[in-house]
Design a protein around this ligand. Sequence first.
Ligand SMILES: NC(=O)C1=CN([C@@H]2O[C@H](COP(=O)(O)OP(=O)(O)OC[C@H]3O[C@@H](n4cnc5c(N)ncnc54)[C@H](OP(=O)(O)O)[C@@H]3O)[C@@H](O)[C@H]2O)[C@@H](O)CC1
Ligand SMILES: [K+]
Length: 488
Amino acid sequence: MPRHIMSVTEMKAADAAAVAAGTPATTLMERAGQGAADAIRARWARRPVVIWCGPGDNGGDGYVIARHLRRRGWPVRVEALAPPASTSCRWAAERWRSEVHALNPAVTPADLYIDALFGAGLSRPLEGAADDLARAAEGLSARIVAIDTPSGIHGDTGRPIDGRALAAALTVTFHRRKPAHVLAPGRAACGEVEVIDIGLTDVAAGTLFENDPSLWGARFPWPSTDAHKHARGRLLVVSGEAWSTGAARLSARAGLRIGAGVVTLLSPPGALAINAAHLEAVMLAPFETDAELAERAANAAAAVIGPAAGLGEATARNLTALAGTGAALVVDADALTSFAHAPDQLFARLDRDDVLTPHPGEFERLFPGLLKSAPERIAAARQAARQAGAIVLLKGPDTVIAAPDGRAAVNLNGAPWLATAGSGDVLAGFIAGLAAQGMDSFDAACAGAWIHAECGAAHGPGLIAEDLPGLAPAVLKRLWDQRANPLP
Ligand SMILES: NC(=O)C1=CN([C@@H]2O[C@H](COP(=O)(O)OP(=O)(O)OC[C@H]3O[C@@H](n4cnc5c(N)ncnc54)[C@H](OP(=O)(O)O)[C@@H]3O)[C@@H](O)[C@H]2O)[C@@H](O)CC1
Ligand SMILES: [K+]
C-alpha cells in the first residue's frame, strides 16, 4: 500500500471520523502517549526526563507520556507552559496526579527532554517562555524527543511560522507523516521520525505520498521471460558538442543500467570521435540537424535532452523535434534553461508523459517567483506540473515529484553524497530508462529518484557521478527479491 503524507487538516478529519465512529478522543490520546513512551523506552534506558507540556492536545500527549514513563520507574519532571486549555489535555493532566512545575525557559538539567508544547495546533510563532526555551535549548537536540512536530515548526510547511523552533533527535508522530516530516528545514529538525498507529483510517484518498517502492513497485517494468532487447525499450540521449559530451554519456549509461534494452547516443558530427572512444554497450549515431534528429528518434520510446546539450536555439530546436515524436522526454539542464526567456514555448511542446527535472535555480527560470510565493515545495511543484502540463521533479534533499493531475511524492531517502557534478545526468538517464521500458512517467520519475538516492546512500562518502550507474544493479536486485515478499 502506498504511504500517504497527510496535511494537518486531513489528519484532523481522520481524527474526527474516528471519534464520530465511537472512539473517544481520550482513547486516541492514550494510544498516542503510550506509543510515544514505548518509542522512547526502545531507544533510551531509564533516565531523568523533563517533559515540556503545552495547553492543547500536544501537551495532553505529554501528560500521558509522563504517566507511562513514571510507571516504568523513570524519574519524570513535568513542566507546563500554561494550564490545560483543551478537554483532552485536562483529562490527561488530571491523570498525571503529580506535581506540575512552571516551564523553566532556561532549561532544567536532565538527560532527556520531551517537547510536547505544540504540534498540529501551532497557530502563531513561539513567544514568551516557549521562545526563550527554544533559544536555550539550541544545541540540545540530541537529547530532545518531539511529539508530533518539533514545536515552532508548522505541520503543513515544515517551516517555523516566523522565528524560532525546537529541534529533536526523534520525532514521534501519529498515523501518517505530515509535510513537516519530509520537507526541509522541518525534516532535519525532526531527526529520526517514527509513525505510530493509533487506529485511525483515512477518510479521503489523498494524492501526496512518500516516495518508496510501496508507491510504484507493483508497476516496475521487469522484463518478461521472453524479452529481447528491442522489447525492453529504446532510449535516445542527445549529446552536446565535442567539449561537453560526458554528461550525456552518464545519462546513457544510467539508462542502460536501469534496464532500457537499446540506448543510442545521438551525437553532433564534431563529437562523434570523442563519444566513440568512450562507449561500449551504448550505441552511437550522428545527427546534424533537428530534422535528422527527429528521423533518428522515430522509433524511440524515450529520450533525454539537456545534460550539457548547450544553451540556446539549437537545443530548443532539437527539443521541438523530439517532442514531435512519440517518445517520452526527460528534459534536464541546458534544455530547461534554453527556454528561460519563453517557458510557455517549452510547455506548449510537452505532453503529460514528459518529465522536467529542474534544480531550484532552473525551476526559478521556468516558473519565476513560484518557489517563493508557494507555501512550500510540494505546492510549488504541483502548480508547476499543472502549468507545464508535464511531470515536474524538483530536485533537493527533499526531492518532490508532481504530476499535472495533482499527484505528488516526496523523496525521503536523499543522501548528501548525491550533491555532486553529473549526479543529475544519471538521474535523468534512470528516469528515461524506466520510461523507455513503458513505465508511466510519474512512476518512472519517482522510481528513478528513489533508486538514485539508494545508490548514493549505498556508496556514501567519496561518491562521484560515474559510480552511480554501477550501484544500480544491487538496488534493482533488492527490488527484484522483494517482489515476492513485498513489505507491508
Ligand atoms: N489529530 C489526532 O488524531 C490526534 C492528535 N494528537 C495530538 O494533538 C495535537 C494537536 O492538538 P491541538 O489541536 O490541541 O494543538 P496543539 O499543538 O496542542 O496547540 C494548540 C494550543 O496551543 C495554543 N497555541 C498555538 N500556537 C501557540 C503559540 N505559538 N504560542 C502559544 N500558544 C499557542 C493554541 O491556542 P489558540 O491558537 O487556540 O489560541 C491551543 O491552546 C497533535 O499535535 C498531537 O500531538 C494525539 O493526541 C493523537 C490524536
Ligand atoms: K511538539
